[in-house]
Design a protein around this ligand. Sequence first.
Ligand SMILES: [Zn+2]
Length: 207
Amino acid sequence: MAQQKCPYCGAELAPEMLEQKMCFACGEMFEDVSEEGLANLKENISLMRIEEEKLKAEEEQIRIKHRAQQEEFQKKYEEQKINRQIELQEQYRKRLKNFKITTGFNFEGYRIVDYLGVVSADVVAGTGVVSELLAGFTDTFGKRSGSFEGKLSRARQAVLNEMKLKALNNAHANAIIGIDLDIVTFSNDMIGVSGLGTAVEIEPIDG
Ligand SMILES: [Zn+2]
């Protein structure tokens, strides 16, 4: 009788393995240890393995398809996110462009629809400006130093911008009324601008 081999792992089946109907190498068991029985089993196993390979290949295909779909979804999501950000920036720019400010309490041709709270901002104009200011007062032409004026004007602009940005946090705000800008001096040769106003929603009277 030819040496029987385990249909599962190919190990040679010693007589005691045949007697026990079990492969000691891989632990698999056999119902029929006849030459024909083992040959049939081997045939079935190879068919089963082909099926398994097919299933694995199909699963892999599904995984690849799924991954591609996920990547596609992720890409679309990122695109939408970017588009939304661009859209928001565009809206913000538009609102900022049409934003109105006044030291008064109304706008010609508009009515105030809603009062949306106080907005304030403080900006330090710079250090050394108080000495510049004092120096400016003593110069022969009686003018303030140009550099001081520049710093102060930039600080005023910065305060107004910050107030606008704070007002825009409220989705309905499109104007600030009653704007009051103050120059504040600090002890250590610093000067700043402090601003206060009320954010409002306005609409054209014949709108
Ligand atoms: Zn085996």
